[in-house]
Design a protein. Structure first.
Length: 151
């Protein structure tokens, strides 16, 4: 797989891995930093469904769940022929680095450099919001609300 078609992001999150894991898997906690609706079942084969901006649902299924350490789930957009549900893979590793957590995210399976750039931008935006929530701050209304991204 060409390295150009891989999205990589790292973020230092000011919370322990267990808290970050919960913010990534618990539907109510996901909505604090991303999305308007969420339905997840963090177990292998379990559903990942998040209406990210109120205009588009991301859908996939969990492939690997190692509580407080690692998540892997398929990912894509409902109604998209370019990045359909389950067509890419997101892997997230949580590494304890007191006083917080290093989050390492890799997304593979995207079809083009343009899609990688768009998803990298999205992850940068939402990981910033995740960090704010993890530190106890309110990130405020999502400026991307209503954005459909057309992927």
């Amino acid at each position: 797989m060409p390295e150009a078609l891989v999205v990589r992001r790292e973020a230092h999150i000011p919370a322990p891995p267990a808290a970050v894991f919960a913010l990534l898997t618990d539907p109510e906690k996901i909505l604090r930093w991303m999305g308007t609706e969420a339905d997840t079942k963090a177990e292998p084969g379990g559903l990942y469904l998040v209406n990210v901006t109120g205009a588009r649902f991301a859908r996939g299924s969990f492939r690997e769940v190692v509580p407080v350490h690692r998540l892997a789930y398929s990912f894509g957009w409902e109604g998209s022929d370019i990045v359909p549900p389950g067509s890419s893979l997101i892997e997230i590793d949580l590494i304890e680095q007191p006083p917080g957590t290093l989050l390492r995210l890799t997304q593979t399976g995207l079809p083009s450099a343009e899609q990688c750039a768009g998803h990298a931008e999205g992850w940068a935006h939402y990981l910033e919001r995740l960090g704010q929530v993890a530190s106890g701050r309110d990130p405020g209304p999502d400026p991307w609300l209503g954005r459909d991204g057309a992927a």
